[in-house]
Design a protein around this ligand. Structure first.
Ligand SMILES: Cc1cc2nc3c(=O)[nH]c(=O)nc-3n(C[C@H](O)[C@H](O)[C@H](O)COP(=O)(O)OP(=O)(O)OC[C@H]3O[C@@H](n4cnc5c(N)ncnc54)[C@H](O)[C@@H]3O)c2cc1C
Length: 270
């Protein structure tokens, strides 16, 4: 299908983009890499009358370090993350996840800010952001606010972004020295979204878990943080029994698992 007609705007600054969002209200949509929005427009799931392209706003690009934090402009693409020496050094989990996103075309155009703002539980960055304890700078007509990833993903395609707000920057604490990481993504073939995926950060003190962070992709209406599983591991010895119990607690929060359990219970009670 062909998207319905729209008017194209290319503001040069964040305040100009916000002014356009205010002017056109819910008939306007921000455009970043377009790799989620344009497919939705083609099937007319999204029918904006005004597209506000963030591509000409230089302030939304770039990766820098501020203290122990990485600060990444929302329009930074997946490939820019993958190729960044700073990200490779300070946050290798982000590089590992970005490498697994879509195909080369998606990674050339798709942006970190767009992946987060879309609010799709099948996207990889929401769980990565939860696992890393990231926060997001949102700029709107009332100024800027910083929202923790924990408070940002509200539901299916629903985030804490107000209609006139732009996600401008992603702030990620550098991974502590000695932290191990993994993003395990199950997908049917190269280029697919995750059937399900898990991000894990683990810091050990000898054979005891000092700190752990676990987040899940595509296991519910939003990315999920597996807090009970984390609590079961933190401060304890990491042996096979502890890992099995943590895996059980992780699976218990997945919506699919809850549906299967509910179906099994109702079958048994018949
Ligand atoms: C074939 C294919 C495979 C894919 N595979 C994966 C995958 O494996 N993993 C994965 O995570 N994603 C995948 N994607 C999605 C891809 O990563 C998208 O690029 C991403 O979801 C959206 O980023 P974008 O820059 O393209 O944003 P857009 O599509 O331009 O925008 C998405 C939404 O976010 C809003 N938005 C964008 N930027 C901002 C901002 N700065 N502030 C506020 N709102 C904003 C837009 O208004 C829109 O509603 C795939 C896409 C395709 C087409």
């Amino acid at each position: 299908m062909i998207p319905r007609q729209f008017e194209y705007h290319a503001p040069q600054s964040v305040p100009d983009a916000i002014a356009l969002l205010q002017k056109y209200g819910d008939t306007a949509k921000l455009l970043a890499g377009g790799h989620s929005l344009l497919p939705m427009m083609k099937i007319r799931f999204a029918v904006p009358e005004h597209l506000v392209d963030l591509g000409k706003i230089a302030d939304l690009r770039g990766i820098r370090e501020k203290g122990k934090e990485l600060r990444i402009g929302a329009m930074t693409t997946e490939n820019e993350l993958i190729w960044s020496a700073i990200v490779q050094k300070q946050c290798p989990l982000l590089v590992e996840a970005a490498r697994l996103i879509g195909d080369p075309q998606v990674r050339y155009k798709g942006t970190l800010g767009g992946d987060i703002s879309h609010g799709d539980p099948g996207n990889d960055h929401p769980a990565i952001m939860l696992a890393l304890g990231a926060s997001f700078v949102l700029a709107g007509s009332d100024g800027e606010r910083v929202v923790a990833a924990d408070d940002f993903f509200l539901g299916l395609y629903d985030t804490a972004l107000a209609p006139d707000e732009v996600l401008t920057e992603i702030r990620i604490p550098a991974m502590a020295k000695g932290t191990g990481w993994c993003y395990a993504k199950l997908k049917r073939k190269t280029g697919d979204f995750a059937t399900a995926a898990a991000a894990v950060l683990l810091t050990m003190k000898r054979d005891t878990v000092k700190e752990v962070s676990i987040a899940l992709t595509n296991a519910g209406e939003t990315a999920l943080k597996a807090r009970e599983a984390e609590d079961s591991l933190r401060g304890n010895k990491l042996d096979d029994a502890a890992i099995a119990e943590a895996a059980r607690l992780v699976m218990s929060i997945s919506a699919t698992r809850r549906l299967i359990s509910a179906a099994a219970l109702s079958t048994r009670s018949r």
